[in-house]
Design a protein. Structure first.
Length: 253
């Protein structure tokens, strides 16, 4: 069953076609990777999905509902969350406070201060935050100020913020960028655990092919703003169009 449907999406910047008639279907419960050379349009497509960019033409349906025209926070409330390449966390707060804020937002429908909050009413959100931190391997660091975390742990904390909102889909933009190999391997294991736990579909934009081939159920390849190949990992590894695209030396995105 499709959870996300992208139909005939195009986006131009001046005379440059960043996306051209992109058609893509993401099946519920899968890990679907989006790969391609620099400048292929991957980030542009993610920005369309989360409401940061409006395409010139096309349709995007999430769980059967139109996405285009909605504000980013409205799309997030629909159950579509994005983990950015640069972690978006509250640096001056503790790890637990970061995730608790996300849990409150999931309960209340937004990041708003509730003057009627009591310890008893807050407990379910705190418990959810602790459970989520345990899931991502950060429970022991729950009292640490977020800015003191390593790069890899900051990425895990941002994932925890997204997971605390109980999304149906995670969009992960270069989840292992800049990580040491050990952190990368830990992130692969974390994403696999999240997927195995069930209930969350993932779309991963990633340059590290070890990450892509370790995690993906299905892969779509973008080049010059168009989907040029799709298939399971074994079908993509030696695909002639994919090899040609990566050797073509497109410009930086």
């Amino acid at each position: 069953m499709a959870i996300l449907e992208i139909r005939d999406v195009s986006k131009n910047f001046g005379g440059l076609a960043a996306l051209g008639d992109v058609n893509l279907t993401i099946e519920e419960g899968t890990i679907h990777s989006l790969i391609g050379p620099n400048g292929a349009g991957k980030s542009t497509l993610l920005n369309v999905l989360v409401g940061l960019l409006e395409p010139d033409v096309g349709t995007v349906l999430f769980k059967g509902e139109p996405v285009l025209g909605k504000a980013p926070h409205e799309i997030n409330q629909m159950g579509l969350a994005r983990v950015f390449q640069t972690p978006a966390i509250f640096d001056d707060m503790s790890v637990l406070e970061n995730v608790a804020i996300a849990a409150y937002a999931a309960r209340d429908g937004g990041y708003a201060f509730n003057v009627f909050e009591t310890p008893a009413s807050a407990k379910p959100c705190i418990d959810l935050a602790k459970e989520t931190l345990n899931d991502v391997g950060l429970f022991e660091q729950r009292k640490v100020i977020a800015s003191h975390l390593s790069r890899g742990d900051k990425r895990r904390l941002e994932m925890a913020l997204c997971l605390a909102r109980k999304p149906d889909m995670l969009l992960l933009d270069e989840p292992t960028a800049g990580m040491a190999r050990a952190d990368t391997e830990n992130t692969i294991k974390l994403l696999q655990r999240i997927s195995d736990k069930g209930g969350i579909t993932m779309v991963i934009v990633e340059h590290d092919m070890n990450v892509v081939f370790s995690l993906s159920n299905y892969i779509s390849v973008l080049a010059q703003g168009r989907i040029i190949a799709e298939g399971v990992p074994d079908e993509i590894k030696g695909h002639p169009k994919v090899i040609e695209a990566y050797l073509g030396g497109e410009t930086e995105e």
